[in-house]
Every structure is written in C-alpha cells, then in structure tokens.
Write a protein that binds this ligand. Structure first.
Ligand code: CA
Length: 399
C-alpha cells in the first residue's frame, strides 16, 4: 500500500542521528491518550480483552515519530530503485511463486480480470512475496501516530480503531499485525481502512486474513487494482522511441490515442508503428536521455497503490520479466548503475573487510553504510556521495 517496501527503503536511509528532539511531555502524554483510545474502541464494538491486549505495552516509540516527521536525506535515483526492487533474486522468486500458486492465480485472474503477473509483481514489491512484512506492531505504531504524531492524528486514530476491530472480528490474529511504521500491514501492506473497503476472503474460511493467507492477500491485491481501474484488455504501457528533439506533449496527465502519438513521430521501441484508439501518456522518468514509455489507465491503477512513477515502473517491469518478457531496451542515463540486494549485502561485507566498519551486514543501506561508502569514496578519489553504486562496489573488489 502507500507504505510499501519502497517507502520503507526511503525510511531506511533516513539518518538515525538527526538529533530530532522529542520532549518528555509527548512521551508521557501517550499513556492517557492510549487509555482514551481504548475506551473509544470498546465503545465501537471492539471486545475489551482484545483492546486491552493489543494496546498493552504501547509506549512512546521515538522511531515511529522520527520516521513520520523526517524527510529522506538522499534523493534516490530511479536506476537505484529499479536495481534493487527488480533484481535477479526477485525475478527468480517470482517465477517460483508463479508455479507454486498457479491455481490461486488462475482463479483470481478469472474473478477479477487482473492478470497473474501484475498481481504477483505487486506482492513481490510490497512484501517480497510475503517474506517481509515490516518491523512494527501495527496497533502500537498507530497509537504513536495518533497520540504523539505531528500530523493527521484523527486519521491515525481511526486507523487504530479499525485495526482493533479487524482483530476483534477474528479476521487477523491480534499478534500478527506486523507492518510499517505508518500502519500498513500484511502481505499486501494495506492500511486498515483500505483493508475494510477492499480486502476479500478468497480461501473461503470466512476470514479476510491478509497476513497468513496467500489466496486472501493476492485476491485482495487484484480487487484493489480492479477497483483502481485495472483492465486486462489493455497493457500497462510499453517502451517507445521518441524522435530526436521531440518538443510535443509529455507527462502522465497528457493522454492521446496511440495513433496520435504515431503521428507525432513516436514508435514502439522495436520500430513498430503506433495505431489505434487506446489512450496513453508519454513519460520519461529520467529525462530525455533515458527510457521513454507510453502508459495507459492501467499504469494509473498501479500508481494508486503507491503514488510514485518509479514504483509503478518497478511493478510493470517485474510483471513483464516474470512472464518471460523483455527488460527495458534503453539504458538508464548513468555510467554508474545501482546495485541489487545481493550486491548491497556484498558491498557491506567488502566495506567491513576493507576497514570501513559499517556494522553487521544486512543488505539495508542505512546511515552507517552510507558513512562507510563516503569514506571509501574519499579514499579512492571518487566523488563523495554515500550512494551504494557500482563504482564504489567495483573499487572494493565487488564483481
Ligand atoms: Ca480467508
């Protein structure tokens, strides 16, 4: 959902030593606020013992508040996102899961009209096919956002009460609400209100369990996409060739028919002529020198899962690759590409080996890893960026 793995990545790169000051006052205030939320939840039908257990131990969590108020320290280039979100491991795992859940995915395709590859790709990006669900206990994260957060406390109060209601109804076991700091949980990373409007029970056990049931999670994703306008009758889009010096319309809101785009001189990337009435918009996420795409209403549906063009393209590309399609033909405009997850982990090991101590390697590029990269870059006479790039990886002996 809105707080996907993509957002979590952004969070992971937020500096931990920003010295954000938090008053003891807000730390204390959460207790009485949580007690009053408990009362409200019970008044709204949550079983008292469920509210009691799920809010027990909900204390001030500096990390949740820091994440919710910080801006990412680094702008992540699209080729870095694509390199780690659509890496060889995620493609391979996708192919494996495609076979493993063939029957479920077929049934979902039929019921919702959303093809298996795109459903699988969302699952792969959101939670690494259910393997990663986040580090925060959802009710406690939401209690912090509702009681000590700086913004939208009313919204988070509502999300918290919905979480307790979901558990109270018995849909998701109360201990299983692991997710992002922002309250999204389960294999699809739905916010509780999205859960309420779009989650479905697909395995027929009477519970909508987006944490423990793969059929429920995948069908809910398909339901979300269908609701957001996805139709299998059209593609998400495709890569195109734009004539040199093109000055015509571009941007994701400027839609024209494919035949109009054809008249403007665009072709498919293999040179095929563009014809037909399908509406699409031209996007060039890395500028005129990078790859260009015509994207349809289906791409908007992907973006409604997470309002980011990089995110939408990662889903689109992964869905192409797990279905045996081609990678994008035009390279990203950089001579220093990004690293896969395996390479990020290897980079940390290499930094440690070379005396740039970055702590226990976990593949997550946080402040300590960035500091190590900066030191390595300085030593090798490279521009000091802190970015996990191919050049620094190669200089340290990575291949
Ligand atoms: Ca179920």
């Amino acid at each position: 959902m809105q707080r996907s793995i993509w957002k979590r990545f952004v969070c992971a790169v937020i500096g931990s030593g920003l010295g954000l000051s938090v008053t003891t006052g807000s730390a204390l205030a959460i207790e009485s606020c949580v007690a009053s939320l408990k009362k409200q939840a019970i008044a709204k039908g949550v079983r008292p013992e469920v509210a009691e257990r799920m809010l027990a131990g909900a204390t001030f969590d500096e990390k949740v508040i820091r994440f919710s108020t910080s801006q990412p320290e680094y702008k992540t280039e699209i080729w870095d996102y694509m390199a780690f979100l659509v890496d060889a491991e995620r493609i391979k795992d996708g192919e494996k899961n495609l076979k493993k859940h063939k029957r479920t995915l077929s049934a979902i395709e039929k019921r919702y009209g959303v093809n298996r590859h795109v459903v699988l790709a969302v699952w792969g990006i959101e939670s690494d096919y259910g393997q990663f669900r986040g580090d925060f206990y959802t009710p406690h994260a939401l209690a912090n956002l509702a009681c000590a957060g700086k913004r939208r406390s009313k919204y988070f109060r509502g999300e918290l009460i919905k979480t307790l209601q979901i558990a109270s109804r018995g849909d998701v076991p109360e201990g299983d609400f692991k997710g992002s700091w922002a309250g999204a949980f389960g294999q699809t990373q739905f916010m509780p209100s999205t859960y309420n409007s779009l989650a479905v029970d697909f395995d027929g056990d009477g519970r909508k369990d987006l944490v423990n049931s793969v059929p429920d999670a995948l069908a809910s994703t398909a339901n979300f996409l269908k609701n957001a306008g996805w139709r299998d009758s059209r593609p998400w889009g495709f890569e195109v060739k734009v004539p040199k010096g093109y000055k015509g319309p571009s941007g994701r809101k400027k839609n024209s028919s494919l035949s109009t785009w054809g008249k403007r001189g665009l072709t498919k990337i293999d040179g095929t002529r563009l014809t037909g009435k399908l509406e699409a918009a031209l996007i060039r996420p890395a500028g005129a020198k990078g790859p260009a795409f015509l994207v349809t209403r289906n791409f908007r549906a992907l973006r409604s899962y997470n309002a980011s063009t990089s995110y939408g393209l990662a889903i689109a590309l992964l869905s192409e690759l797990v279905s045996g399609g081609d990678p994008f033909k035009t390279p990203w405009p950089t001579d220093n590409p990004g690293l896969s997850r395996a390479q990020r982990l290897e980079l940390q090991k290499l930094l440690n080996k070379n005396g740039f101590n970055v702590g226990a390697p976990d593949g997550k590029v946080g402040p300590a890893t960035r500091a190590g990269i900066r030191k390595a870059e300085a030593k090798y006479g490279m521009p000091v960026t802190g970015r996990p790039s191919w050049n620094v990886y190669y200089s340290l002996g990575g291949r």
